[in-house]
Design a protein around this ligand. Structure first.
Ligand code: TRP
Length: 338
């Protein structure tokens, strides 16, 4: 019997989702929820590693993120959304994993290295901003993945070193305590990183170039109007190169059948940038419409959202407790078990 493979993915509750999240990640989770047994973790414990002094922000965003995920089309009948802090087995597994990782290895993890460099830029060179919890979050992420039996992990390219670290931990665990856990594999998104409308390599909240799923039609239009186009095009009927134009880049995501026309007209100088931007704004607004409608439904039914989170968490906890039983047995700390 071909049992469905388990996908485990996670996201930190630190802000609302934008188009970068949708095209790089969440849209794929919506597609994969039919064929896989899917767990989506709201990584509040991980968010606290960076935001331990701002619990209100994390708490508020657990709700916001759940609404955004449901708005995108995550179907609670197919996928399980769960809250990390409500699965104590993950914290427990993190403790045992932390023996299997050296501090030097964590400091060499490229994702962590980049993040530490960013912190130093923000807080000065003291190094005091790097807490034990922050340095150890890859260990806790390895626990997230394996506690839930996640064999497949959809990630952006910035997360690959974290997955490699998880694989190393699993190998070490199995070599010391016997074959117990399965090494996770990554599922790389076809758009691991969506460019910003300003031409930046990444769309991000902190970069100020993001279109949020909850942005109003007016805000979407305004952001599109500011998008970067081919700077060599001066007049409306100058031919231009769509490949260097962010408006065209976004048309590729939402303007389906008209794409060829847009491309040819742009190259032949038959389309002004203003018209092109207006069309893009309209298509983006149309794209966001059903997302906003679903969000509104869940905003108006908060008890249903509670139930979705409780049920998802219950299923996740059941799975994590099965894994922990095996792990305790392997480490010989399964005292007084039958
Ligand atoms: N580190 C991920 C991020 O910052 C979030 C995350 C937490 C995650 N646990 C995970 C991703 C497990 C994949 C698998 O976006």
């Amino acid at each position: 019997m071909g049992e469905k493979k388990t996908i485990l993915t996670g996201i930190r509750p630190t802000g609302n989702l934008h188009l970068g999240h949708y095209f790089g990640a969440v849209g794929n989770w919506v597609k994969s929820q039919d064929a896989y047994n899917e767990f989506i973790e709201i990584a509040d414990v991980q968010a606290l590693t960076d935001n331990f002094n701002n619990p209100d922000k994390v708490r508020k965003n657990v709700r916001e993120l759940t609404l955004d995920l449901l708005a995108c089309g995550i179907d609670p009948k197919k996928a399980n959304i769960f809250i990390q802090s409500m699965i104590p087995e993950i914290a427990e597994l993190t403790v045992y994993y932390s023996n299997l990782v050296t501090v030097a290895r964590l400091e060499r993890n490229p994702t962590i290295k980049t993040e530490i460099a960013q912190k130093k830029e923000l807080f000065g060179n003291s190094g005091e901003s790097v807490t034990y919890g922050f340095l150890g979050y890859p260990v806790s992420q390895a626990a997230d993945i394996t506690a839930l039996g996640g064999t497949l992990v959809p990630v952006g390219d910035d997360q690959l070193p974290l997955l490699e670290q998880a694989r190393e931990i699993v190998r070490k665990f199995n070599s010391i305590y016997g074959e117990t856990l399965q090494e996770p594999e990554h599922l790389l998104s076809s758009i691991p990183r969506l460019k910003g409308l300003d031409g930046n390599e990444k769309m991000g909240k902190s970069l100020g170039n993001a279109i949020f799923l909850i942005d109003s039609d007016e805000v979407v239009t305004k952001k599109v109007m500011d998008a970067k186009t081919d700077t060599t095009k001066i007049h409306k009927d100058d031919p231009a190169n769509p490949d260097v134009c962010m408006v065209y880049y976004y048309h590729k995501l939402v303007s389906g059948e008209n794409l060829e026309t847009i491309c040819t007209e742009c190259k032949e100088g038959k389309r002004g940038c203003m018209q092109c931007k207006r069309e893009l704004a309209k298509n983006l607004i149309d794209f966001l419409k059903p997302i906003k409608e679903r969000r509104k439904y869940y905003e108006e039914n908060p008890q249903e959202v509670d139930t979705i989170l409780k049920e998802g968490t219950k299923k996740a906890r059941f799975k994590a407790s099965e894994t922990m039983a095996k792990v305790r047995k392997a480490i010989k700390i399964d005292y007084f078990e039958e």
